[in-house]
Write a protein that binds this ligand. Structure first.
Ligand code: FE2
Ligand code: FE2
Length: 236
């Protein structure tokens, strides 16, 4: 890796290969993480939520969200194929996908908080050096914003019934704890390479802190529940 950070724009896959294998590897890791996580999330949360939804309107919304998340997987996969990545689905998805969804309450809280993490990661890619990735997140972000807005609105509605508060608080506590690792370790050679090549601009801790700031504003400011303490420093 050269000392000075890369400051160029990379128009397409051929240009990425012309920059060199380190650049392709850095972009490839970011793209592959989205390929895996969009698929894992759709299968673990969004598709099961269709069965958990309490009424036809909610089932329709859950179907739409599941369709969009599988769509995100396919669109990131296309980017991976263009780059010539061997198998972008190889490797382990994040631990948050080990969470077993058992209720509609959990699903709506998950959309408000876990999809917020996805929004924070995608927003950063609006400034990525790899133009095809930038163009893709411009298209996908409105859908991710919709998922978060859906989660926020439906979580608010649940709290109209005070008896639901403990269940919502429990989902917040569980999901915040599981989402902290989503941003990666504080000490990360991958993140160093992403920032060197202009693929990303934030450290993992900066992204984690931004997510926690927004999540806390929603949970404490909006819902009047408590948001667990999040140390932005995380090393597993
Ligand atoms: Fe998504
Ligand atoms: Fe989403």
């Amino acid at each position: 890796m050269t000392a000075a950070p890369f400051a160029g724009e990379v128009a397409d896959a051929a240009a990425a290969h012309a920059v060199g294998p380190e650049y392709v590897a850095a972009v490839g890791k970011v793209v592959a993480s989205h390929v895996r996580n969009e698929l894992a999330g759709a299968a673990a949360f969004d598709e099961p939520a269709i069965a958990l939804a309490p009424a036809p309107k909610e089932k329709w919304l859950a179907c739409r969200i599941a369709m969009e998340e599988y769509g995100h997987h396919l669109k990131f996969q296309r980017l991976a194929t263009d780059l010539g990545l061997e198998d972008a689905t190889a490797g382990r998805p994040m631990t948050v996908f080990d969470y077993r969804l058992t209720s509609w309450v959990e699903f709506v809280v998950l959309k408000a908080l876990v999809d917020l993490a996805e929004v924070v990661l995608m927003e950063e890619l609006l400034a990525t050096s790899y133009v095809p990735l930038r163009d893709l997140v411009v298209k996908l972000l409105p859908e991710e914003h919709f998922h978060v807005a859906f989660g926020i609105a439906h979580t608010r509605d649940l709290l109209d019934r005070p008896a639901q508060r403990p269940q919502v608080q429990q989902a917040v506590d569980d999901l915040v704890r599981l989402t902290v690792p989503f941003f990666g370790r504080s000490a990360s050679a991958n993140n160093d390479a992403f920032r060197h090549w202009g693929v990303k601009h934030r450290t993992n801790d900066e992204a984690r802190a931004e997510w926690a700031r927004r999540g806390r504003a929603f949970v404490e400011g909006d819902l009047g529940l408590s948001f667990p303490d999040v140390d932005p420093h995380w090393n597993g």
